[in-house]
Design a protein around this ligand. Structure first.
Ligand SMILES: C[S@@+](CC[C@H](N)C(=O)[O-])C[C@H]1O[C@@H](n2cnc3c(N)ncnc32)[C@H](O)[C@@H]1O
Length: 393
């Protein structure tokens, strides 16, 4: 605790930490926590080349396959491997949240707060040759960055991205529409079916969307109650699908069997566990931090949002599927309290032990089976993780 004074954190933040029972000394480790990168599968041979370029060793993270750590001051953005899409930066705690999903080949995965997309990329890497990933985010510019990432890392084939509100998003996975040649020929020439995705919408499509905005056509448009599809890959199950079918509402029984196998709710939060994020306010000004992070009204509306995201995500989970709820806040209000409230109102939700966590350098959360990563204990950014399954009714 003695070192805390060296941090020069504003009084109001120290009060915030105290009110939330958080030890400020975890922020002291901020400057020392390593940077983490993940190598795309099959790229381990590039380790030496990357080491030569950045003139330092990539340390394998023993508890998380594919992850390497670097000293915090080493930048990877200018390396050839980064520019060529062989490595990407992602904190090891974020990697753990994805690993907790136990992704298997063929899973249909929903990432309800997907942007900017580091976890989404890892999910796609783990998915193998079949299955699908649906990424949802309410922020258009952030999801556009996610689309750019998918293209850079050549990971978009099985993915579709929607700008939508994760508290109401209700599309099921494109389960019955896996890519096949017959679909490819089915959409050719059809105006009501999705063709191959292109960044440039054909003239006819733009005209139809313009009409739809005037309320003439019945197909979904941005800004309406419907989500807006801003990217889909050839193998995402969208090509050849009738546009109205994609936006069909499903009933509860259908969700039990046709819902998502795995769902990540990496909810919007105050980011107070992310030391690097907190440190940025040294430049941006602590007043901005006070407004954005400590503002009680914002925190209250965040907890309401987090609970709604968790509820809606769980609704879309199939029986026996797994949902991981994570935040990079370390306050109980945004984590254990949300989990407790959610469990109290949902008899079919059960917290799950995260088996692989036995090897992870994290602590148990304030509730059995939940986990907390923090810079001091884990040498990672702060993260809370809880895993649920859906029981049969
Ligand atoms: C912690 S970030 C997600 C980080 C992301 N999972 C990753 O690994 O890059 C939270 C995200 O939630 C999004 N968000 C906030 N409100 C939302 C809502 N109602 N529905 C969907 N996404 C929302 C924010 O735009 C933000 O991108």
């Amino acid at each position: 605790m003695d070192n805390v004074s060296e941090l020069d954190l504003p009084e109001a933040f120290l009060d915030f930490l105290e009110a939330n029972g958080l030890d400020p000394s975890i922020y002291v480790a901020g400057d020392c926590i390593p940077r983490y990168v993940r190598l795309k599968p099959g790229r381990a041979a590039y380790v030496e080349e990357i080491e030569a370029e950045i003139k330092c060793k990539l340390e394998k993270v023993g508890w998380l396959p594919g992850f390497y750590s670097l000293p915090p001051d080493i930048q990877i953005a200018n390396t050839k491997a980064y520019k060529e899409g062989k490595i990407y930066g992602i904190d090891a705690a974020s990697g753990a949240a994805v690993a907790a999903l136990d992704i298997s080949t063929g899973d249909h995965v929903l990432d309800l707060c997907a942007a900017p997309g580091a976890k989404l990329c890892m999910i796609l890497d783990l998915l193998g040759d079949s299955g699908s990933v649906t990424g949802v985010d309410v922020a258009r510019h952030r999801l556009a960055a996610c689309r750019t990432m998918l293209q850079k890392y050549a990971l978009g084939d099985k993915c579709r991205l929607f700008i939508a509100d994760g508290t109401t998003f209700s599309l099921l996975p494109p389960r019955n529409h896996s890519y096949s040649k017959s679909y490819e020929s089915a959409w050719e020439g059809k105006t009501d079916a999705f063709g191959e995705w292109t960044s440039r919408r054909p003239w006819k499509e733009r005209k139809r969307l313009a009409k739809a905005k005037d309320g003439i056509a019945s197909l979904p448009v941005a800004g309406s109650e419907y989500p807006e599809l801003i990217f889909y890959g050839t193998h995402s199950g969208i090509v050849g699908l009738s546009k109205t079918e994609l936006y069909k509402k499903m009933d509860g029984d259908e969700i039990s069997t046709c819902g998502y196998d795995k769902i990540l709710v990496d909810a919007e939060c105050t980011h107070d566990g992310s030391v690097r994020h907190v440190q940025k306010f040294e430049n941006w000004g602590w007043q901005t931090f006070q407004r954005r992070v400590l503002n009680a009204e914002r925190t209250d509306s965040l907890t309401t949002l987090q609970l709604k995201l968790l509820r809606n995500g769980f609704q879309l989970l199939k029986i026996g599927g797994f949902l991981v709820y994570s935040t990079c806040s370390l306050t109980a209000a945004q984590n254990e309290d949300i989990v407790e409230q959610f469990l109290s109102e949902n008899a079919f939700a059960e917290l799950q032990e995260i088996e692989s966590a036995k090897q992870w350098p994290c602590r148990s959360g304030g509730m059995a089976k939940t986990l907390r990563f923090d810079p001091l204990t884990s040498q990672t950014s702060g993260l809370f993780v809880a895993k649920f399954t859906k029981l049969a009714s």
